[in-house]
Write a protein that binds this ligand. Structure first.
Ligand SMILES: Nc1ncnc2c1ncn2[C@@H]1O[C@H](COP(=O)(O)OP(=O)(O)O)[C@@H](O)[C@H]1O
Ligand SMILES: [Mg+2]
Length: 385
């Protein structure tokens, strides 16, 4: 039942959106991989995107697609737990569940399962017991699931936060089961884009390097419109045409911003029966911008060095983008030196660079954060030195 009193939007990291918009191409690729099996390149997938781009939401949708096929999923988040421990524990639990199911009379026909379950492999002599048990558990689980025409999806969120040894243990076990043994074990990890220059630059990370990439960019304007309008209408409300246009333009297709603008515009309505107006959207955008500065720009800004910040402040004199040579002049450094900082800021998700010679703020919110910093400390600005 639509309830116009309940705000349908979900401006919270990791919260499923009321309408999951776009990403059709990635979902098509993934479905086709599940149809095809481990030989399909998208069977092992690395999703990258900035904070709030919708990585966690996408992993959840991939799990839903697997569940619809009767597959199992194991979800691990590198920022909060050891990946190998979590995956081993969950896999053991699933193996036990399947064994219990197979003992029920109605499932006796799949007695071949027993063979898989009994494969305890005492004979395996591996010097690293944790890894051996991860590998043997995954082997057992994947073959048991294969017997019943199903499979397993392992998702790893926040991969950039994982310990490298931990990633290597998981990667080598998954690699053996899916690539070498060709069992139905699909893998999807999500990370901030800088992981390409940290974990993936490591020579021992060949499995991850070979995963297919899915980069989450901004949603296009048709998907953004749907993501804002449909939840409003599904909740029994409506949004004026010009209000929707302004809301769509303000989000720049950024999923977190879509939820923020939708949420705050909805809150601004004078009464539950009113449709969302241009005034509601404009007031909502102000609130959303505040949240973006705090939630998106803040964490990026806090990780930057003093020179990184000077670089960004030097960009404030320009409009859409800045010439690297101008920035070098303003911070009083050689172009070569400035290029090193350009690289660092690209990796940190602070700037974009369409050509090597020009750079732009990745987020409007980060420009605002830099302006706030100058307001707090005018000495940061090159024009005040
Ligand atoms: N495809 C989408 N359509 C609409 N909203 C989305 C979509 N993907 C994510 N969101 C919303 O955007 C916000 C950030 O998503 P999340 O998956 O937590 O991002 P990330 O993991 O990349 O930081 C959440 O509020 C989520 O509900
Ligand atoms: Mg996330």
């Amino acid at each position: 039942m639509p309830n116009p009193a309940v705000n349908p939007f979900a401006p919270t990291f990791g919260a499923p959106p009321p309408l999951f918009a776009g990403r059709d191409d990635i979902l098509r690729r993934f479905d086709s991989a599940l149809d095809t099996g481990p030989t399909h390149p998208d069977y092992t997938l690395l999703i990258t995107g900035e904070r709030g781009a919708g990585k966690t939401a996408l992993l959840n949708v991939l799990e839903d697609h697997c569940a619809e096929r009767g597959w199992q999923s194991i979800t691990a988040a590198a920022s909060t737990e050891s990946l190998s421990t979590r995956i081993t524990d969950e896999a053991q639990r699933l193996v036990a569940d399947i064994a219990a199911e197979s003992r029920r009379p109605r499932l006796r026909s799949i007695s071949a399962l027993g063979v898989g379950i009994e494969m305890v492999d005492e004979g395996r002599r591996d010097s690293a017991p944790a890894r051996a048990s991860l590998l043997t558990t995954l082997e057992r689980l994947a073959s048991a699931l294969q017997e019943i025409g199903a499979g397993l999806l392992i998702t790893v969120d926040e991969l950039h936060d994982a310990e490298r040894d931990d990633v290597r243990d998981v990667a080598s076990a998954v690699q053996i089961v899916t690539r070498r043994q060709q069992r139905p074990l699909a893998f999807a990890a999500a990370a901030l884009a800088f992981v390409e220059n940290t974990h993936l630059a490591d020579a021992n990370m060949t499995f991850l390097q070979r995963c297919a990439r899915a980069r989450l960019d901004a949603l296009d304007s048709a998907d953004t419109r749907r993501a804002i309008r449909q939840p409003i209408q599904d909740s029994g409300g409506d949004i004026d045409c010009d209000a929707l246009d302004e809301a769509v333009a303000a989000t720049l297709g950024h999923p977190y911003m879509i939820q923020l603008v939708g949420f705050h515009a909805w809150e601004m309505r004078t009464n539950a029966a009113a449709s969302v107006s241009v005034a509601d959207v404009r007031a909502g955008i102000v609130e959303a911008d505040h949240a973006m500065v705090g939630q998106i720009a803040g964490p990026i800004w806090n990780r930057l060095s003093a020179m990184d910040r000077r670089f960004l402040v030097a960009m404030l004199d320009d409009g859409d983008d800045s010439a690297l040579s101008d920035i070098a002049d303003r911070i009083g450094r050689e172009l070569q030196y400035t290029r090193v900082y350009r690289r660092r800021l690209l990796d940190a998700g602070a700037i974009d660079s369409r050509s090597g010679a020009r750079v732009a703020f990745r987020h409007h919110a980060l420009r605002k954060r830099a302006q706030d910093a100058v307001r707090e400390d005018p000495g940061l600005s090159p024009s005040n030195r």
